[in-house]
Design a protein around this ligand. Sequence first.
Ligand code: 7TS
Length: 408
Amino acid sequence: MRPAEIRELFPILKQEVNGHPLVYLDSAATSQKPIQVIEALKHYYEWDNANVHRGVHTLGSRATDAYEGARAKVAKFIGASSEQEIIFTRGTTTAINIVASSYARSILREGDEIVLTPMEHHSNLIPWQQAAKATGAVLKYIPLQPDGTILLSDVENVITDRTKIVSIVYVSNVLGVINPVKEIAKIAHKHGAKIMVDGAQSTPHMKVDVQDLDCDFYGLSGHKMCGPTGIGALYGKKALLESMEPVEFGGEMIDHVDLYESTWKELPWKFEGGTPIIAGAVGLGAAIDFLQEVGMDTIFKHDIELTNYAMERMTQIEDLVVYGPTHNRAGLVTFNLGDVHPHDVATVLDAEGVAIRAGHHCAQPLMRWLEVSSTARASFYLYNSEEDIDRLVMALLKTKEYFGHAIG
Ligand code: 7TS
């Protein structure tokens, strides 16, 4: 893969920031968008824009075809067995909320267990806290090893016959850990529990096959995989989705409406009340085409190579602490530099044109587990190169020089 050629396809990356060519290392927060996606959005609004599923006019059918065509692309991209199993959502957060408010609340009884890990993003934590409060279910956590990974023996111990739902992140947005979700799904199913996978960070970087994983639900965010903001998807096994009540009621999701009673459309539309995120879906479809053209295996390999290179170079910086495992990690490095506040690190880096994220990364319980209040994080994607890592390292050395008194 040639990151320099790929980078050319991302107009935003051609600019200078604070007098330096931009090095964007915050793709775990949101990825940049290739020209193909920008053009698809432009084309949609310039030629096809209309509401879907209602108009008999030409633009209406073009918009409907584009929207439903995007659904077919998402289904194929993650290996769903049918388009009916793909619900368009705003992103992973909404996907998890649908499962936690519809499926979970209808099946959970007092004393039932929801199993999570302490590495979850708030989006895969708070919806379950709320579901537990509403039903009397209890939350249980698979413990983390010192390097942030989990052991299958612990998964075996924590999941019991009282467990009804296991919800776990595939790739951690802080530790970079890749969790063995296929094995965890097996254990969950052995106990009759369902498993939801938070795919916000895995879908952009690796080949995902929901049928191979045998997960019951899977959530993804378009904006982290070269698509626009405001669009994502919930995958669910058809029988489960069919058994669930919608969470939003209104236009588009109904079949027959009476003054006192109404019925719902079939899947997937019963979960898509109101005018859907049509342009967003079209943009996501274009992003999927783009990612597939590059190849998910190529992207994964590239991200891992960059991470290994970054780990090698960054761990040579005295007083720099990297969090998470040393191997089998995805394309990001979370770190602290001595006692320098991560926001100060990010500010100095920004002055050098290097964009990273600093903060708690929406994982406050994990920050407490790491015994820090916040960290800095550099995250990589297909447009990043070794030169970007070199620029990061140079900027970190400059930060160290600048804050010399706070280090060591
Ligand atoms: N789950 C994980 C693992 C995430 O990393 C994120 C977003 C979400 C869920 C929520 O996704 P959304 O698209 O619904 O917001 N993570 C981050 C991040 O690490 N920095 O900014 C957003």
